[in-house]
Design a protein around this ligand. Structure first.
Ligand SMILES: [Mg+2]
Length: 227
């Protein structure tokens, strides 16, 4: 089948980028700041898989609320970004690592049109793609600014379907909100286990229950999906 008829759409965090030492840690540290005590990272991972908590600010707020601690949106985002972005992108964002090797990306992009649908904003998305010198492989990048509502709203996927009209399409993500967006857009969902996940077997079963056609143990197995 011609390349133009295949579209592979990626979520970014946990899928293309290892955020176990960046966003995930920023959530943990922000919660700990307002809570005044230490929490296990597994608690952050678990809240991420509660529907509606794919967004990192939402996830942070939900954990704090579960402890009975309300934090204003402004205070929460300010503290979170002190940890994540730091002063001039010198915070935890520095720890991020791009997960797809260039030869895999090159092979994939010769078989499919590649696109991204992420909850990241444009600035943070561009930072990750440019740092990895991977921007040229992705034909369209849909960021937070490009949609009216966050995932699980499927708007980003629907825009891509409309633009490319693919015969074959996949959405590759790591959260239940990604799975729900795919379901609403009627796009087959491929789950992937992010690096550093405390309980990969549990995450795998959650994503399968939420409709994943399959779940990859690592994004490097992505070529199996095209077959
Ligand atoms: Mg993700």
């Amino acid at each position: 089948m011609a390349k133009k008829n295949k579209l592979m759409v990626f979520d970014m965090d946990g899928v293309l980028v290892d955020v176990s030492r960046s966003y995930m840690l920023a959530i943990k540290k922000t919660v700990e700041f307002f809570l005044g005590s230490i929490i296990p990272i597994a608690e952050v991972e678990a809240m991420k898989q509660v529907p509606g908590n794919n967004d990192d600010f939402d996830c942070t707020r939900s954990i704090l609320l579960a402890y009975g601690i309300p934090a204003t949106e402004k205070a929460l985002i300010k503290k979170f970004q002190e940890f994540y972005q730091g002063k001039n992108f010198d915070g935890l964002i520095k720890n991020e690592r791009f997960l797809l090797r260039e030869d895999t990306l090159k092979a994939l992009s010769s078989q499919c049109t590649l696109a991204i649908f992420t909850g990241r904003d444009r600035k943070e998305s561009t930072y990750a793609l440019e740092k990895a010198e991977a921007a040229k492989y992705f034909k369209t990048v849909i960021t937070a600014e490009d949609v009216k509502k966050k995932k699980p709203d499927p708007e980003g996927l629907l825009k891509l379907l409309d633009k490319y009209k693919p015969q074959d399409v996949w959405y590759v993500g790591d959260s239940v909100d990604d799975a729900a967006a795919a379901r609403k857009a009627e796009v087959p969902f491929v789950g992937v286990i992010p690096p550093g996940t405390s309980n990969p077997a549990e995450l795998k079963s959650i994503l399968l229950r939420k409709g994943a056609a399959r779940v990859l143990d690592s994004i490097e197995q992505i070529q199996k999906v095209i077959g």
